[in-house]
Design a protein around this ligand. Structure first.
Ligand SMILES: [Zn+2]
Length: 780
């Protein structure tokens, strides 16, 4: 029998009376869910349109007011005072019982609190997956300003079964920007330069007040307020099982990267989490390919080595990174197929198992970026929803294994209190407090090996949910010797290779292989450290006048130096190119610091063909002459790491960099902790231990050409086997016995050259005194 369409609909309606009854009367309908365009004034992804931070926050507030699927929470204030917000998105029923869900999450995050596997199964059945989605920590990756709005709108307005299922099965915590200040910094710069040569360029300042791009390297040291907000009020409270972090990569590679990550993975990341990264990343690629997206690459470019970007991997959560190709900020770019370039693990012109459908090339727009990012987010949520219990179980198993300990793990790390630097000890315990690592105190004396420890000695037992985090930061890294091909040059790691925080802080720790024969206290904390330098903090009359060079070709190391000085209360003045070039510096400054930056960047700065005149040109010849005059007149120039190479040439110093242009097959140390031996009779190392550390990263190593003018304060050990403490070092023989910290006399002044980063990412408290003493020594 042939039926008309309307007859069929009538039959369906009759068969599903509930559905028919639930159609609300038009008069009771809520107003429509506001679109991002209704608040921004334009559609997200519109060519050459960026947005400040305030309208982003306004959109989330308007959205939350219009729907009971969204709640907005202000979690704190950023470095520059902006609101730091997160949107909680779920079904109205879930949002109404968030307190109860939080309790479930607390139990799921600590298997010690759950009596047996039957009780765990109950939690898996009733729990929701908490998914943390974060965006635009790197503010020139501007698609990330908009994609969270699109994701929020789709979840808030969608009526499909898929959206309803996502809302029922997950609680999405959406952080529209991990760096709100940067949204405004980049948008203002972009709008100011629209239609000029500088359109689409990076701003002439760091896009995070202190750290620039390094804000995404702070996830184990927690030096910045934004990092602390996210850790303290999202991770520590809600214990997400799945996280997605939206980033952008260059324009000429794949269109989007998803996990699996390249090798190596950090050995303390539970293999089950890595398998979760693999599965979920490929599920996103699978879904996106089905929806017609091309250029999706897995297993390329990005590795999973450093905890600096991966707090999640040590806290029971998978970390899905996506990296979408960039335009020129909000200005589209043309990317012909023959301009696509291979990266590690992928050739964007050639299909491969991890890159099944190449993108054909062509115009690439902000809208494309937002489309790809949004699709990756929705694909992730869909997959997690369909496998809700499995994701809860995965996280649980990882944390349960950590509470039992792995067979090859030590039982505990012991942190003596005697003979330690109070500030460094306080800093380490603060890190563990943020990371919810339990630190206990010995209640009785005990011996380990031949050493005796007092009651009160700290003990970190590696049988707790987040034990892997503590272990990664307290042990030494042995980075694998990976080559591009057998016998070939080293494969570049994506980032640095060492993260032994105890070494960087100068805190002594010992591994205890077996359980200790004493009782331990309940978890303890320690008063946060007070950062003060005698003779420098607080300034005042007679204090050293410090000029801190600040390039418009903004360098993260400059920001870290500024952060260090602000945190320790050491006064300084930022020195811009025009001030240096104008000369007469000796009348205004006792010490001038050049943070680590290449000689080329220091000299040439930003290119004049791209940037307005006031930002272009670097120190130039006039700046070099002014620095020479400053030293000759009695000033102290302090050059950090790469800036030392610049200083050697610019001031004609009788010191050579022995590493110079050595190929990476002869010498390679991509961010490692080395042993440093100090001459403690020298005023610049007074009060330090003779054995210290150096954060080595693209730095020089010195050979003295005229000993009458050069004091060597720090050296690498003479035995090549003794040089490396943590990370990766090829060609140790090139460094062995070479100078790492020297004082060079010139005219009536001095130049102090650091071959390492004494204030590395705010972490290396062990070597900060060397920097402060160098500053103090400039007093005239
Ligand atoms: Zn990024």
């Amino acid at each position: 029998m042939r039926r008309t369409t309307s007859a069929l609909l009538v039959t369906l309606a009759a068969a599903t009376p509930l559905l028919a009854q639930r159609q609300p009367a038009a008069a009771h309908r809520r107003p429509p869910v506001p679109t991002p365009a209704s608040v921004l004034g334009f559609q997200p992804g519109t060519e050459r349109r960026l947005v400040d931070w305030d309208p982003v926050v306004r959109y989330f507030r308007v959205l939350a007011a219009a729907t009971d699927r969204v709640q907005v929470r202000e979690l704190g204030r950023t470095t520059n005072g902006a609101a730091f917000v997160a949107a909680f998105i779920s079904s109205p029923a879930n949002l109404a019982r968030l307190t109860q869900l939080r309790e479930t999450q607390r139990l799921l995050a600590d298997p010690r609190l759950v009596p047996d596997s039957a009780a765990a199964e109950v939690l898996f059945r009733r729990g929701k997956v908490f998914v943390l989605i974060t965006s635009s920590i790197h503010s020139t990756e501007v698609g990330g300003f908009f994609s969270p709005l699109q994701i929020a709108y789709q979840l808030a307005s969608g009526t499909s079964p898929e959206i309803r299922s996502i809302l029922d099965n997950t609680v999405v915590m959406l952080v529209p920007s991990l760096n709100p200040d940067g949204v405004t910094i980049v948008s203002r710069w972009y709008n100011q330069t629209l239609g000029t040569n500088a359109e689409g360029s990076a701003p002439p300042e760091l896009y995070h007040h202190y750290t620039g791009h390094d804000n995404n390297r702070d996830w184990y040291a927690f030096t910045q307020v934004e990092t602390r907000i996210v850790v303290d009020s999202l991770y520590d409270v809600w214990h997400p099982q799945v996280t997605l972090d939206l980033h952008q990569q260059g324009s000429n590679g794949s269109r989007i990267f998803v996990p699996p990550y390249l090798d190596p993975a950090e050995p303390n990341v539970d293999p089950l989490l890595l398998q979760g990264d693999n599965a979920l990343g490929l599920a996103i690629a699978w879904r996106m390919t089905g929806d017609g997206f091309t250029g999706v690459a897995a297993h390329s470019v990005y590795d999973a080595w450093t905890p600096g970007r991966a707090f999640q991997h040590y806290h029971g959560a998978v970390r899905i990174l996506t990296e979408t190709a960039s335009a020129s900020l909000a200005t589209s770019v043309n990317v012909p197929a023959d301009s696509l370039r291979p990266g590690a693990g992928v050739d964007p012109r050639a299909p491969a198992w991890n890159f099944v459908a190449p993108w054909p090339g062509g115009q690439w727009t902000l809208n494309d970026i937002v489309r790809y990012q949004t699709a990756s987010g929705m694909a992730l949520l869909d997959h997690v929803t369909r496998n809700r219990e499995e994701w809860l179980r995965t996280s649980w198993r990882v944390l349960q294994r950590a509470t039992r300990g792995w067979p090859d793990w030590p039982y505990a790390f012991v942190i003596p209190t005697a003979g330690q630097n109070e500030v460094a000890l306080g800093a380490l315990l603060e890190v563990f407090r943020h990371a919810q690592v339990e630190v206990r105190a010995a209640l009785a004396p005990f011996t380990l090996g031949r050493e005796r420890f007092y009651p009160g000695t700290y003990v970190v037992v590696l049988r707790q949910p987040y034990a892997a985090f503590a272990k990664a930061l307290l042990e030494r890294q042995h980075y694998p010797d990976l080559r591009e091909y057998p016998g070939g040059p080293p494969s570049r790691p994506y980032d640095v290779t060492a993260h032994t925080l105890s070494l960087l802080l100068g805190v002594r720790v010992l591994a205890a292989a077996d359980s200790l024969p004493i009782a331990l206290s309940a978890p303890v904390t320690r008063r946060p450290p007070l950062y003060q330098v005698r003779g420098l903090s607080g300034g005042g009359p007679g204090v050293v006048r410090v000029g801190l060079y600040r390039s418009y070709a903004a360098a993260a190391d400059e920001g870290w130096t500024r952060w260090t000085f602000d945190t320790w209360g050491v006064p300084y003045e930022s020195l811009m190119d025009s001030t240096v070039r104008a000369g007469n510096l000796a009348s205004r400054f006792d010490a001038i610091i050049l943070p680590s930056q290449s000689a080329r960047a220091l000299l040439d700065g930003l290119p004049a063909r791209r940037y307005p005149a006031r930002y272009a040109g670097g120190l130039g010849a006039a700046g070099v002459q002014a620095l020479r005059d400053f030293v000759d007149a009695g000033g102290t120039l302090i050059a950090l790491n790469q800036a030392s190479t610049f200083a050697i040439g610019a001031l004609d110093l009788p010191v050579a960099d022995v590493l110079g242009d050595l190929p990476s097959s002869d010498f390679y140390a991509p961010g490692s902790i080395l042993r440093l031996q100090l001459d403690t009779l020298d005023a610049l190392a007074e009060g330090m231990s003779a054995q210290s550390v150096a954060w080595f990263e693209s730095g020089p190593a010195f050979e003295v050409r005229d000993p009458t003018r050069v004091n060597v304060i720090g050296r690498f050990p003479t035995d090549p086997g003794d040089v490396l403490l943590s990370g990766w070092l090829l060609g140790a023989g090139r460094l062995a016995g070479k100078a790492a910290l020297v004082e060079v006399h010139r005219g009536r002044g001095r130049v102090i050259l650091f071959g390492f980063r004494p204030q590395y990412r705010g972490q290396s408290l062990a070597t900060l005194p060397l920097l402060f003493d160098a500053v103090k020594s400039a007093a005239r």
